[in-house]
Design a protein around this ligand. Structure first.
Ligand SMILES: Cc1cc2nc3c(=O)[nH]c(=O)nc-3n(C[C@H](O)[C@H](O)[C@H](O)COP(=O)(O)OP(=O)(O)OC[C@H]3O[C@@H](n4cnc5c(N)ncnc54)[C@H](O)[C@@H]3O)c2cc1C
Length: 438
């Protein structure tokens, strides 16, 4: 009965019950998380999304929200037999001004970048999943990426959002939701809420004019100088990206690219600066006497970036990697490789990631730790927590790390309180982020 009511709302072609048609929505892209759903619902407008959620709410039917299904932590697949609500058809895009874009939740990052480019502007978050990841999913996970040092994560680009709540009510502007509404304050919690509080229907996001000149440097950094180098380049007004990796990673990338590694050291920092004036002089001053390759020609700069971009593919050539997305304070960076290696004696460890300062001004890095071989995930998480870090950086908690979220109850209290207010029946993403008893 529920499904036929839903099909009447969205049309039978967008209420997918055939197992072959559902299959791609029931498994994540890594193949690690797989579930079964009675149907995949694909609303084609905000009104339809509202009506679908109102019906599910009335029937007490749990749902899982899905965007581009590029998430890394199993948050968008129906692991408990939920209905899948896919927002991929809500893909409208409108450039409001040179500083503002309005995007439907299902618009991909790549399309948003093209829209920004059409007015000579850029968008602050970029990831390799740009052709599939959606704006709704990126807000839900508070996605980061290579320019996080300059622009912050997705939440920092969010000017306003329109959402549909669990009971189907539509709020076109969270910024204008008054203090008496139960969703007051949701705008501050939305980024990183992983679909448990509301379904993002559309968002207004900030874009910024693209600076004219670029400088890219690959710098050899001895462990003892890592913190001061990152603080120095991080303080440049022109900073756009600080990527860190080490000798084993650059060798891996070089062998995949069929080239020799340009440099090798404890750490390599790949730094990009952009400004309307030439940023190379200020960058060279901070680099000082450290050996470096510096490119001011964009095509040479792209050559240096190849060594960073070849890492994901390079590690996959060695086997199926265990992937960890963790945050580590700069003070712990020099201990990460040795401590993780000690915790996984039968694994080969690769470490790379983005350095930046968090909102409180504490220097930190989002690290992607990839391990080939036998791995005890919990031992790796313990190492990261002992270094003062966090087991989730920019991919979210999802289902994969939910069992560890118990340790962060204080941090999750505001989310849990908002969940009780907005979704007391717990129909939105019930197996995601919050422990069941929270
Ligand atoms: C090759 C590759 C590279 C990547 N690089 C990065 C990177 O550099 N940085 C980074 O942060 N991530 C990265 N990711 C991870 C992934 O792209 C992000 O997590 C992305 O934000 C997920 O977007 P999505 O549309 O695919 O969401 P999905 O995978 O569909 O969903 C992710 C979560 O968001 C929820 N959700 C989806 N849409 C909505 C909505 N409209 N409203 C409410 N909740 C919703 C889902 O329920 C789920 O919990 C990468 C992934 C791949 C495959």
């Amino acid at each position: 009965m529920l499904l036929s009511d839903i099909a009447t709302v969205v049309g039978f072609d967008h209420c997918l019950t055939d197992p072959d048609l559902r299959a791609a929505y029931e498994v994540d892209w890594t193949g690690r998380y797989r579930g079964l759903s009675p149907a995949v619902i694909r609303p084609g407008s905000v009104d339809e999304l509202s009506a679908v959620l109102a019906l599910c709410h009335g029937a007490g039917q749990p749902v899982v929200v899905q965007g581009g299904n590029t998430g890394m932590v199993g948050g968008g697949v129906p692991l408990r037999g939920e209905l899948v609500v896919s927002v991929g058809r809500l893909g409208n895009l409108q450039v409001v001004s040179e500083r503002r874009v309005r995007a439907g939740a299902g618009a991909t990052l790549g399309r948003l970048q093209q829209a920004a480019d059409s007015v000579g502007a850029g968008f602050g978050v970029d990831t390799a999943a740009r052709d599939s990841a959606t704006i709704g999913g990126m807000i839900a996970t508070n996605a980061g990426g290579i320019n996080v040092v300059r622009f912050g994560p997705m939440g920092d680009q969010l000017l306003d959002a329109g959402v549909v709540l669990a009971d189907g009510s539509y709020l076109p502007s969270l910024r204008q939701t008054g203090p008496d509404h139960p969703a007051h304050g949701l705008i501050d919690l939305l980024a990183g809420s992983e679909g448990i509080l509301a379904v993002v229907a559309h968002a207004d996001l900030t874009i910024a004019p693209d600076p004219a000149a670029v400088a890219v440097a690959m710098i050899e950094v001895p462990a003892a100088r890592l913190q001061s180098l990152v603080a120095g380049v991080g303080g440049l007004p022109s900073i756009y990206a600080i990527e860190l990796f080490g000798g084993p990673e650059v060798e891996l990338a070089a062998s995949g690219l069929g080239r020799s590694a340009p440099l090798s050291a404890d750490w390599l920092a790949l730094v990009e600066c952009r400004s309307d004036d030439d940023p190379a002089g200020a960058l060279a001053e901070v680099v000082g006497d450290l050996p470096a390759v510096v490119a001011t020609n964009p095509s040479v700069g792209r050559e240096l970036w190849l060594f960073r971009e070849a890492l994901t593919e390079g590690v996959s050539r060695l086997g199926i990697p265990h992937k960890f997305d963790v945050r580590v304070p700069h003070a712990g960076l020099n201990d990460v490789r040795a401590s993780v290696t000690a915790a996984v004696p039968n694994g080969t460890v690769f470490v790379w990631g983005h350095a930046f300062s968090n909102r409180d001004g504490h220097p930190t890095a989002n690290l992607h730790i990839n391990i080939i071989g036998e791995v005890d995930d919990e031992a790796v998480f313990d190492v990261i927590e002992n270094l003062g870090g966090s087991i989730a950086a920019e991919h979210g908690i999802g289902t994969a790390k939910r069992h560890r979220a118990d340790r962060a109850r204080d941090d999750l209290a505001a989310l849990a309180e908002m969940k009780r207010r907005l979704d007391p029946k717990r129909i939105l993403n019930p197996a995601v982020l919050l422990p069941d008893d929270f």
